[in-house]
Write a protein that binds this ligand. Sequence first.
Ligand code: NAD
Ligand code: NA
Length: 398
Amino acid sequence: MIIKPRTRGFICLTAHPEGAAQNIKNQIEYVKSKGKIENGPKKVLVIGASTGFGIASRISAAFGSDAATIGVFFEKEASEGKTGTAGWYNSAAFEKEAHAAGLYAKSINGDAFSDEIKKQTIELIKQDLGQIDLVVYSLASPRRTHPKTGVAYASVLKPIGAPFSNKTVDFHTGVVSDITINPIESQEDIDNTIAVMGGEDWKFWMEDLKAAGVLAEGVKAVAYSYIGPELTFPIYRNGTIGQAKNDLEATVSTINDLLADLNGISYVSVNKALVTQSSSAIPVVPLYISLLYKVMKAKGIHEGCIEQMQRLFADRLYNKDGVSLDENGRIRVDDLEMRADVQAEVAELWEKATTENLEELSDIVGYREDFFNLFGFNFEGIDYEADTNEMIMVESIK
Ligand code: NAD
Ligand code: NA
């Protein structure tokens, strides 16, 4: 099949297997170029392992620390006339590279929120690894079916209290416009969003893993959060999703109690704003990211998911001098994004940005590049006119 990008709004309906493989190879090369992570993780479970921060975490563990990895994700393989999803191709490529390097890698494709997938994962750990020493929780989903009650929750991205008006960009066309997003109408919107993106499922995972005896002495667990600048507070940190992130962050102390007798510890890492399938769905944020990219690239401090996760592992989680935390007990790898000089320049550009000057003031070109890269498109050295085999079969993905 000759595979071209086919987009609908902020989603791309197609993905390119060879491009996705190139994306994975580039990330592996980056991690190798940074050298081995001293005393890094050895047996790792990544939940949400197929795209964005999750696959970058998996690559950092495997190629930075020779770790055996089990990945859990929700992706689709190719079917008649349809490509597989990007995360499927990413995972297929990752497993191929890991196996070639002599590293254990297996994956489970299914709903991580369910008890059944947790059970299958635990069986696989018991069978192949015995115990794990790191659990990475990197799920991002718009919905969750609660495993105990069967209730299906849908998250919303809304402000709380008052309508939020600001600029936004259609990153395909580059049109900058004003939007107003109405606030939640009831507490239910907050509760539903917390049910999907809050800490309960992370806690369920950790409880089940602990009960099954598959967590090693000294185990670490990490989940990802975001804060960002004041200009996105109404839609992000003070909005419904921010309430879910508060809940996730609060879950750290519950999990720490659970892990205490194993001398284990859990963290939330606050990561940088980056183009992923999840962040491109949030209004206003893509314009912020394209201005942020411009400023951070000019200062030589831009990072993608892989640079972020390699640094999280090497300089934070496995730093021999200890894990540095902010006043709220969180790991911060959004430190460069949040630097005062970076934020001041972004705020200045934010005021000025229009459809007419967007290409000049922002890195909308880099935004688009990253967006298409997520789906395996726009990589150098890949012939996108050529027929390619979309039916990638992988033994180690169940
Ligand atoms: P992503 O969309 O790239 O990755 C989501 C992952 O979750 C994928 O592997 C997907 O397969 C998996 N997934 C979704 N639903 C699932 C289900 N039901 N069962 C199993 N797997 C499922 O998202 P991302 O941006 O990498 O986000 C990961 C985490 O990082 C989230 O907590 C997000 O809030 C956080 N974060 C993102 C940003 C950003 O700018 N993108 C910044 C800071 C923190
Ligand atoms: Na992820």
